[in-house]
Design a protein around this ligand. Structure first.
Ligand code: CP
Length: 318
């Protein structure tokens, strides 16, 4: 089925062939924008399309990379980075805000603190909607960016051993990534303290997809030695009900050059960012630390997705 005219609310809505199609188109976009060599960039033709970016929650990478992606495609961007500057502050509903944005644009990107909000937006929109993170639920374009980075670095997506470390309870990026890696036959190791383990919903989904339940361990030092991918995450302070609960776990994992010595040479370290203290800056110089390159990959990936949903890109999901 073509991606043209569809919304992206959850990765479960996409077949594996469609995901690979997005990654293939993203590889082409990466060449066009000089992702590996800025000297090879080819300027875009002007594009008569408008993207509306509705950000009800803070963002650096997702918002800026979506805006950059649309500008690199030759299109234009409208929207808000803070709902206090919109009529949401006067009490306008999400449904009405989305209806208005759909009247002013060709595609909508939405980030919102409530799980399920992107689905509501897609239901009320007459143009495609892309979920840019809905509370603790999902962050599908982050996962597409993660897959793009993993495939380019490891040369494949199949059969990797992937460690997910940190706040697996509230971290929506891992809720999207874990089932996706299960689709590609990954051996998944969840590295988290008891109170921040991956919710049963996602553990069960991984098991249903691959037949294997992810392992659950507490020690990063022990788990790191066999990994192809170490995916670090931030402890999500803003999603804790009680500050004392956050204080108890905020320093539970801190990746240092000492711990990196235990990791394989071919391992890569990813992080959706922003980081707080879970990766010390001294790790940044390690060639296995790919998190900034990973974030930069958000531009070609989002260019590919916008193009496909707007029916502008070539490519097949066969
Ligand atoms: N990775 C990510 O979603 O970052 P932002 O919150 O800055 O968009």
């Amino acid at each position: 089925m073509s991606l043209a005219g569809r919304s992206l609310v959850a990765l479960g809505d996409l077949s594996t062939a469609e995901i690979l199609q997005i990654l293939d188109v993203a590889d082409g976009m990466a060449d066009a924008v000089g992702f590996d060599d800025p000297c090879k960039r080819t300027p875009a033709e002007p594009l008569d399309r408008i993207l509306a970016a509705l950000f009800f929650e803070p963002s650096t990478r997702t918002r800026l990379s979506f805006e950059s992606a649309m500008l690199r495609l030759g299109g234009q961007v409208i929207g808000f980075a803070d709902p206090s500057g919109s009529s949401v502050s006067k009490g306008e509903s999400l449904a009405d805000t989305v209806r208005m944005a759909a009247g002013y644009s060709d595609i909508i990107v939405i980030r919102h603190p409530l799980a399920g909000s992107a689905k509501v937006a897609a239901d009320y929109s007459s143009v495609p909607v892309i979920n840019a993170g809905d509370g603790p639920h999902e962050h599908p374009t982050q996962t597409l960016t993660d897959l793009f980075c993993i495939r380019r670095a490891q040369g494949r997506l199949d059969g990797l051993k992937v460690g997910l470390c940190g706040d697996l309870k509230y971290g929506r990026t891992v809720h999207s990534l874990a089932p996706m890696m299960a689709r590609f036959g990954a051996e998944i190791v969840c590295i988290a303290p008891k109170e921040l383990q991956m919710p049963e919903r996602w553990m069960g989904e991984c098991q249903a997809i691959s037949g294997n339940r992810p392992a659950q361990v507490g020690s990063l030092e022990e788990a790191i030695s066999g990994l192809d991918v170490l995916y670090m995450t931030r402890i999500q302070r803003e999603r804790f009900d009680r500050p004392e609960d956050y204080e108890r776990v905020k320093n539970v994992y801190i990746l240092t050059p000492e711990i990196m010595k235990r990791g394989p040479e071919g391992m890569i370290v990813l992080h959706p960012l922003p980081r707080v203290n879970e990766i010390t800056p001294a790790v940044d110089a390690d060639p296995r630390a790919l998190y900034f390159k990973q974030a930069a990959g958000g531009v070609p990936v989002r260019m590919a997705l916008i193009s496909l949903l707007l029916g502008m890109a070539e490519g097949s999901a066969s």
